[in-house]
Design a protein around this ligand. Structure first.
Ligand code: AMP
Length: 219
């Protein structure tokens, strides 16, 4: 089962994807995380993507689609994948179908602007694992370090105010059309829209109910 989780930056896609993977055994493909790992490792892809990501713009479709195709080929799993941050353009949605990765459901975390700004500015991450913290809502046990490894937490370059507006603009202009693409396609893709503004646990419970329902329907 392939599930797409969509929403603006700061809507909680990463946090919810992690919860769903723990609960249901999905694999988690966060294209943002794969790109950050490539930047850190200074691969050819990482070097091409670094400045674009820092600015808050989207990485070109061709690079991202190739990256997803490689990721899928490296490790395939029958339980399915949570696609977090992909597809982010209509072209990527079409490419996904060409890779025989048609989605089985779409989760849309609709989240108000003020919540997004608060979340992004307080977010800190552990770079190697992708674990996500927040200075106020989800602080680590010891200030500034990851609970599991004790390594330092960092602020993402693109969580700084100058990049945030650009990311929101990219979402509106390039990613929201993906929602219309699916609703207009006549595929009757199961869609759950809910506000990502709630507490992580409460949102997680609603998503888990949705997935249980999908599994029962397909059993
Ligand atoms: P995220 O961690 O999902 O917020 O992604 C961080 C950044 O990585 C985005 O602002 C983009 O620059 C880049 N990125 C992640 N996923 C994609 C994608 N599917 N298409 C293009 N750029 C992406």
């Amino acid at each position: 089962m392939n599930i797409i989780i969509m929403g603006p930056p700061g809507s909680g896609k990463g946090t919810q994807s992690q919860l769903l993977c723990e609960k249901f055994g999905f694999r988690h493909l966060s294209t943002g995380e794969v790109l950050r790992a490539a930047v850190k490792a200074q691969t050819e892809l990482g070097n091409k993507a670094q400045a674009i990501m820092q600015s808050g713009a989207l990485v070109p479709d061709g690079l991202v689609v190739q990256m997803v195709s490689d990721w899928m080929a490296a490790d395939s799993d029958a339980k399915g994948v949570i696609f977090d941050g992909f597809p982010r353009t209509v072209l990527q949605a079409k490419a996904m179908e060409n890779l025989a990765l048609s989605p089985d459901a779409l989760i849309h975390l609709d989240t108000p602007h003020d919540v997004i700004i608060k979340r992004l500015s307080g977010r800190r991450i552990h770079l190697d694992s992708g674990r996500i913290y927040h200075l106020e809502y989800n602080p680590p046990a010891r200030e500034g370090v990851d609970d599991v490894t004790g390594e330092p937490l960092v602020q993402r370059e693109d969580d700084r105010p100058e990049s945030i507006e650009k990311r929101l603009q990219a979402y509106q202009e390039q990613t929201e059309p993906v929602l219309h693409y699916y609703s207009a396609s006549g595929r009757h893709l199961p869609l759950l829209t809910l506000t990502g503004a709630g507490a992580a646990d409460a949102v997680g419970d609603q998503l888990a109910d949705f997935i249980h329902g999908l599994r029962q329907a397909s059993a």
